[in-house]
Write a protein that binds this ligand. Sequence first.
Ligand SMILES: Cc1ncc(COP(=O)(O)O)c(C=O)c1O
Length: 365
Amino acid sequence: MSQPYDRVFNFSAGPCTLPVGVLEQARDEMLNCRGAGMSVMEMSHRSKAYESIIERAEADLRALLGIPEGYRVLFLQGGASLQFTMLPMAFLGEGRSADYVVTGSWGEKAVEAACLEGNVQTIFSGKATNYDRVPDLGGLSRSPGAEYLHFTSNETIQGVEFAGDPGGLGVPVVCDMSSDILSRPCDVSKYSLIYAGAQKNMGPAGVVVVIVADEMLGRQRPNRPPMLDYRLQAEHKSLYNTPPCYSIYICGLVFQWLLDLGGLEGMNRINREKADAIYAAIDGSGGYYKGHAQLGSRSIMNITFTLADPDLTDRFVSEAKTQGLDGLKGHRSVGGVRASIYNAFPLEGCQALAAFMREFAAKNG
Ligand SMILES: Cc1ncc(COP(=O)(O)O)c(C=O)c1O
């Protein structure tokens, strides 16, 4: 199936496929962006031209997520990994504790970083079943006096995802939304801090978005190193130092693309249809393919499955590649196949994979 510019269906877990229209606009604006006489890469981050780019990106993100008053939007660097390090540095410390819900590899890493800063309780771990499920957050017993509860809405490696926002938990909720932000509507008021690396659903690597409640900022420990100080970053509107200007610009184009598409309700419908096409091929295979995630915990962004005969996995992945289905090899901790189908990944690619899965099973049954 031929794609514009001979592009492949790119199932990479991130960085990953971006909307073709966004890439075309970036190309068209490369040498002279909107009459500035230069590219965004060459612009001062203090110029009027750049100010309008970053302000528009923030306004569009606020519109998409319906971010209420009393929340700051920050565009920072260091990826989601620095966020799960900076967060405990800002809010933990001697005598302070936090609860962590660990549903996969990224949650594990977040705990490792937080343990260096304070008292961490892992109130749920899915490790015993190789992270194939998510719990009911409301049903977990929590430690008294926790500064916050941290969870990962979608575990990119294992392909397990919470079905929606947490209900009133009575504790500040912090969420790593790196791999499912903007894939569906989200009630930001349920969270005190959300962070997400850009390189799945928002844009290129190099920028991480933080959405943080003023109330949470007010509880930050004093005297943080400036670059790791959420309050300082908020006071400087993400311009304390030179931000990742070009990555933020591309995120802004992606936000406009999403708004033009009808926002997150529309995106969610498309994402569900995409995921359903592949899950149907797994479920209809009579056991030839086995989904890693339990029903009810299945991700609509990263679909993980194994073949009944694991020796056929490499052949599956390499034959798929010859048909323009690229980047399907699963992470070593789960094995098998992982199809990452973020917002910009087209429905036709999911249908093509489902057809390939059926053919492969028929040929190699
Ligand atoms: C859920 C999640 N959290 C954190 C990270 C780490 O992100 P980064 O590489 O931007 O530090 C990733 C990367 O894939 C991720 O998927």
